[in-house]
Ligand binder design. Sequence first.
Ligand SMILES: [Cu+2]
Length: 337
Amino acid sequence: MTALLLGLLGGRAGASAVRTHVGRTGAAQAAGPTVKVGINDPKDPQIAVLAFMPRTVKVAVGTPLTWAWEGTIEPHSVTFLPPGTPPPNDETTGSYLPRTDPPGPYDGTTLANSGLEPLITGSPTPSFTMSFATPGKYTYYCILHPGMRGTVDVVAAGSKAQTPAQVSAAGKAEQQRWLAEGRSAKRRFEAAKPRKVRGPNGTTTWTVAMGTSTAHTDIDAFAPAPTRVHQGDSVTFVNGSKAPHTATFPGQQPPITSTIAPETKTAIPGPSPQTLNSTDLFNSGQLPGAYPPAPGEPVPSLAARSFTFVVPAPGTYGYYCILHVEAGMGAKVVARE
Ligand SMILES: [Cu+2]
């Protein structure tokens, strides 16, 4: 992790600097069809596809259906909820982290949950298999990504269902579509000019976007850094994506690497704005995405999604997102006199 951070903070954010498990294969060959659980672009891990592929699958009662995590850095779950349970949200995610196998072939009345993978087992290619006892349409969720849902259409034994090859082909077609969607979003994101606002005493406040999102992807990258930052200028990080992010300047301190440590969420040394130096640790804390944290709740305000750092002296100030460092989310501010 430290080598990765050094690579990032040295400004080489991208595939070459990333310790990655993208592209590895070798999940056990399942007897039934397999649904893919997300993927990070093998050519650019900053592009995370947040989708079950294929989104809908038709299987017969008794057929084992497998979900495979292969090449996803972003963690996901496969979570079937008992009837009447609201979809997972920020407040309930924590209760769904561990795995809960259904007591037998699934009949739709209980919780069936892979748990958040690959975080829970740490396996590079976890999988989750279950079969179904009762015909019907079953919706399932990822506990971390609100828009990420899938459907299993269960038909009676002997009825026409999809073959494993058909499911695999449908999954691959969707994967190509969502990768293309993410790549085009990233091109637009990188082409946008940094926004700036004149401040007092001839200083400038620059805005750096923290990622962006499409219907099926998150782009885990900081917008290109402004190239003409001068001492006294400010850099305001704004999260307009659907995912939470941090802007974390480790200075000469040991970097925070745990995504679940309390200091990940904490503004260090205090609330916005903060004046940087090159030795201490600075952390925006976890800035929420532009997304309702739970159904019926408002989108967090622009202020809640923003954090400003003043750059007091010339120098190079490396920063990263604690939550997405493995995807290569890091950059630097270079300030001149
Ligand atoms: Cu992030």
